[in-house]
Write a protein that binds this ligand. Structure first.
Ligand code: NCD
Length: 322
């Protein structure tokens, strides 16, 4: 059975990043995810498209949302999902990432979902194994399923992405969520603004087709979407900020700063949130405008669609390994 033909055209063996995906491929993934949003709201959430398939979650960094939703996504599609706990594995005995990956590869998984603190590590691993690899976040580089779930959330709330003014605010420098979202949103025709202190903006980021602001009110003016990011302290070596109090004063999202945005502006956050640091509790819990829980819901649907298409592609006689 030619599953991939039946589903949609997605000529990639792995999902390592958003960079390089076309608007048609992104749209096809989002369209397919929609069917799973509906299915996940039914009493019976189970399908059997991944029956007989094995998915291994290999997470070298902490995770609540990403790991749980990949697990749920795999199980709802009838696959066998194994969560490798790095803290109790041979990694603690000094085994390298590649040796661990090759060991798991020998057990014939169909998909490895990998999160690792080093940018580029997941791609390296994908070159050594026979299965499909999904990047669950590699250092400050990419987190493709997060950008897809954010896009699905926006599309369902507003109906389109093209032409929207979208502000991504906070620790852009250390954020793979920001990088994947910049790729996706600019590819889909949104106008992306980055708002952060100078120390938390990567150099020459304008080359990615975004506008940079160092002042919240200037950057948020007339925005349709406000995406907040956590200060990724685990990736900071050195002092980037005078104090958390001062950071909240200048860059924390509260109703005062939000007042210059579009009155219906949607508030988003990939989680985990640090209340009182990058976002005020009142704004985070604003049920009408905050899409934070919807983002989590969309995460399961998007991961189901990605798992389904990549496993279907494994059946292709000559995988087009892009
Ligand atoms: C993000 C991540 O891990 O990159 N979280 C997530 O996957 N939802 C963002 C973060 O850790 O701040």
């Amino acid at each position: 059975m030619d599953n991939a033909e039946r589903l949609f055209e997605f000529p990639h063996r792995h999902l390592l990043g958003i960079e390089g995906l076309t608007p048609v491929e992104i749209t096809a993934l989002l369209d397919h995810s929609e069917t799973y949003v509906e299915q996940n709201r039914q009493t019976n959430k189970k399908k059997s498209v991944l029956s007989g398939r094995t998915i291994i979650n290999l997470f070298y960094e902490d995770s609540t949302r990403t790991r749980t939703s990949f697990e749920l996504a795999g199980k709802r599609l009838g696959g066998d999902v194994i969560n490798m706990s790095v803290s109790t594995s041979s990694v603690k005995k000094g085994e390298t990432l590649i040796d661990t990956a090759m060991t798991l590869n020998a057990m014939h998984p169909d998909v490895l979902v990998v999160r690792h603190p080093d940018s580029g590590s997941v791609k390296l691993l994908s070159e050594k194994v026979n299965c499909a690899v999904i990047n669950g976040g590699d250092g400050a580089h990419e987190h493709p399923t997060q950008a897809l779930l954010d896009a699905l959330t926006i599309r369902r709330r507003i109906g389109h992405i093209q032409g929207l003014r979208i502000a991504i605010c906070g620790d852009i420098l250390h954020s793979r969520v920001a990088r994947s979202n910049i790729h996706l949103l600019t590819t889909m025709g949104a106008r992306v603004r980055l708002i952060a202190p100078k120390t938390l903006i990567p150099t020459d980021v304008e080359r990615m087709g975004v506008e940079v602001f160092n002042d919240m009110k200037a950057g948020l003016e007339d925005c349709d979407i406000v995406m907040m990011l956590r200060l990724q302290k685990e990736r900071m070596n050195g002092n980037y900020l005078p104090s958390v109090r001062e950071y909240f004063h200048f860059f924390g999202l509260d109703y005062g700063k939000l007042s210059v945005a579009n009155p219906n502006a949607l508030i988003m956050h990939p989680g985990p949130m640090n209340r009182g640091v990058e976002i005020d509790s009142e704004v985070a819990d604003d049920f009408g405008r905050s899409a934070i829980h919807e983002q989590v819901e969309m995460g399961v649907a998007v991961r189901m669609a990605v798992l389904e298409i990549l496993t279907a592609n494994l059946d292709q006689p000559a995988p087009r390994n892009l």
